[in-house]
Design a protein around this ligand. Sequence first.
Ligand code: HEC
Ligand code: HEC
Ligand code: HEC
Ligand code: HEC
Ligand code: HEC
Length: 161
Amino acid sequence: MRRYVFPVIVAVLVAVGWVLVLPPAPMAQPIAFNHAKHASAACVLCHQGATTGVRAGIPQADTCTRCHATAPGGKISEAAWTGIASGRRIAWQRLTRLPDHVAFSHRRHTGPGQLACASCHGDVAQRTAPPDRAPVRLVMTTCLSCHTREGASEDCAGCHR
Ligand code: HEC
Ligand code: HEC
Ligand code: HEC
Ligand code: HEC
Ligand code: HEC
């Protein structure tokens, strides 16, 4: 039994190191959504909480069908759209995600006259296909460098609960 302990510990350390060092694995979205083709719509039409809530949210079919009474074309088949339009949940993956110990509110940052979405999310609005990882990786230094520049709070307890 003893002689297995060391190799097992090594294996666990390698696995943990692997997870910490590697960038997050790419994620595929269920629909090849094209932001650029939707540029005429306001961001908040689809991301309803982005200026008024904590979470921005990713839209479900009830939002899509406000414009697409029939299949929109592109890479999505008529049959797949029928399923979605009749209420099947679209399993969007959230890519930008903070750990639970951090408090973040969209409203606080995007209320009237405040920051543009692109100042944190980069060029998402121009993408012709869904990004497969967070378009901008938001880490503590990203938050802090803007807070320093804008004179916003750098108090640990402001961001950490
Ligand atoms: C017609 C609906 C629609 C509109 C309008 C729209 N989006 Fe999106 N957005 C989506 C969908 C669907 C996804 C998930 C698939 C993807 O990433 O392409 C998404 C994903 C995103 C993400 C990635 C979220 C993550 O998990 O990291 C960001 C950021 C984003 N949108 C910002 C914007 C901004 C900024 C605008 C306005 C310039 C905008 N969106 C307009 C539907 C929309
Ligand atoms: C505000 C109206 C509006 C809403 C809401 C909307 N769309 Fe669209 N969508 C459009 C328009 C307009 C086009 C055509 C753009 C073009 O062909 O230039 C389009 C095109 C598309 C296409 C084909 C684009 C391509 O790749 O060729 C797909 C797929 C699509 N929409 C999916 C969605 C999904 C999924 C949602 C919900 C998350 C959604 N749309 C919500 C207006 C809308
Ligand atoms: C100050 C930086 C910042 C600004 C400005 C900002 N976001 Fe975000 N956004 C974030 C962070 C951080 C997350 C991840 C939040 C989490 O995990 O709790 C996020 C997550 C998202 C998501 C993923 C879905 C969700 O509900 O979490 C979408 C979509 C999104 N933002 C859209 C927008 C749109 C649209 C705007 C402009 C109206 C915007 N964001 C402005 C930082 C920002
Ligand atoms: C592009 C600039 C920018 C970025 C990036 C940014 N913030 Fe902010 N943040 C601000 C500004 C400006 C304020 C002050 C808003 C106000 O006066 O209500 C603020 C306020 C806050 C507050 C309220 C602070 C308090 O106690 O009054 C929290 C919490 C916060 N941000 C968290 C975050 C987190 C977490 C991130 C990174 C994921 C982040 N912010 C990224 C500009 C930014
Ligand atoms: C403006 C927001 C903000 C402020 C202020 C802030 N943090 Fe953070 N912190 C974050 C975010 C976002 C993360 C998660 C992303 C990451 O790991 O970089 C984080 C992560 C961390 C982590 C975990 C790092 C890891 O590797 O998992 C520690 C520890 C931490 N912060 C300590 C602090 C301390 C101590 C202070 C005060 C001196 C502080 N933070 C102030 C936003 C903030």
